[in-house]
Every structure is written in C-alpha cells, then in structure tokens.
Design a protein around this ligand. Sequence first.
Ligand SMILES: [Zn+2]
Length: 288
Amino acid sequence: MPIIRKEAKDTLTAVEMDRGDVLEFTLRSGSVVRMELVSTKAEIFRTTLKQIKIEEHLARTDYRFKCRLKINGKEVELEREVSTQKSFYEPWTIGGLQIWFDAVDDIFEFLTDTHGGCRPGKHARFAIQDPTMRICPVKLHPWCPLPEPGLKIENCYTGEDCWMGAYFGTSAHGGLDINHPRGTPLWAPIDIHDHFFFNSLEMGHNNNRWRGIHHWENGAEWILQAHHMTSLAVPEHRPLKKGEQFANGAGVLSGEVDHSHFVFKIHDEGETILLDPWILFRQMYIEK
Ligand SMILES: [Zn+2]
C-alpha cells in the first residue's frame, strides 16, 4: 500500500491520491493521522445535453462526486456537488484533519478535459490542513470586489463555470469565473514576488492571462492566475504588496458576459497541484 507522508505546514497541503494510497499526515502536535482513499465515484444528476461529452451552447450538466476514506481506521464518505450553489462548500474536519475534497478523476467518464487544466493527476485530489492552523500565515486581501452576500453560481459566467463546472455542459472548467464589468480592479490577495502576463494579445494569444507567484518561507509556492485582464496596472515583474491593484480585470475576450477567470496552484516538493480558487475566496469572505 503506497504511503504518502506529509507534515502540517503553515500553508495548506495539496495532495493527490490513488485508491488504496495512504496519507500519513503529521499534525503540529506531532501526532500522525492516517487517511486511506478507499473508493471514488461520480455521477451526473441533471443535464440538458442531448449527448454526453458534446458541447452545446449554454447547456448545463450538474454532477455529484464522492469518496470513501478510512481515517485512523474509521470509514467516512464525503460528497460534493458541482455546479450548483453547493459548489461553494465548507471543508470537513474529521479525525484531526481539515479536508477540502477537491476532485475525483471519475468525472472524466462524462466530462472532457478541454477547458484549462484541472484534471487530477491521480484518482482524487484534496487539500489538507491541521485545523488549528490557517490556510496560510497571513490574512488574504480580496482578489476583486467581493460580491455580496457571497459567490453565486448564477454569476459564474453563464451559471456553471465554478471550479470543474461543466462548461457548455461538457468540459471541466479549469478555473473559477466571477462576472464583473470590464475594468473591475483586481488586487493582490497576498504579497506577490513576481508577476507577468504568460499569455497576451500582444504575444498573439486570444486572452491576457496574468500569473503572480508567492514564495512561502516553508518552501511552498502559490501560483495565482487571473485571465481576461483588460490591462495591467503595474509593470510586470515588479513585486506587489498585498492589497495593491495589479490589473483592470475582465473584458478581454470574455465571451457571453464579462468576467475574470481565477486559478490557484500550489507548487511544493517538486509537484504542482491545482486547487479550487474558492478555497481562497472563502477565506477572503471570512476575513473581510
Ligand atoms: Zn473561465
């Protein structure tokens, strides 16, 4: 049985697991929690598609995904829903772990992988933290003006483009879309040590895609991205302070409705793992 060993850090730990893998997670107290991935599953519970995996303009597909875990010997089942309002979920706290259940690979039985990277590298993907610790050691500044009273699935592009939502009923969406007018200010949620457009109209792409990088003292790197930017507000590569406006968001080739597309990745111990940007936005709502 393959064992993945991780130790609680002062930032969230992202982990991908195959069925049968065991995560041994050392808490800050020194005690070790053993979490085995027993099984995973996904199913559509509502779709307007005539044919699965064939995109249709404005079609929608909602699905559920589950996993069974054995945590310190005790079996639990976690279940998520996408892309209903429940896509904006709370993490579980079980057996001394705080668990964000991010994705299972089973969804690609009925979705395609053609709208930005989001497919897990293994059967399931999680973010884990010691519940006595925060997702990172600093408070997050809002990335954009936070819609009140909270994120609404209706305002994620045409109502389905949350993280891994089914774009046009078919393609897993590799980001979180938030609808807002062209030019909406975007701010650095944390200090950003380097930033730049990695795709731009000027380079011949069909989008202006911004990437900002933060290096934590513990060795982890957070990679934040915002796409469809109208323009940058500061020169590329100049470090940004938390809260500083870096761009005028939305507006560039943003399709049916102006929106910014947000992406969150953690690079640590030689791996880069994508996670739901909702994890960051949830924290911004808690701390605003
Ligand atoms: Zn998008």
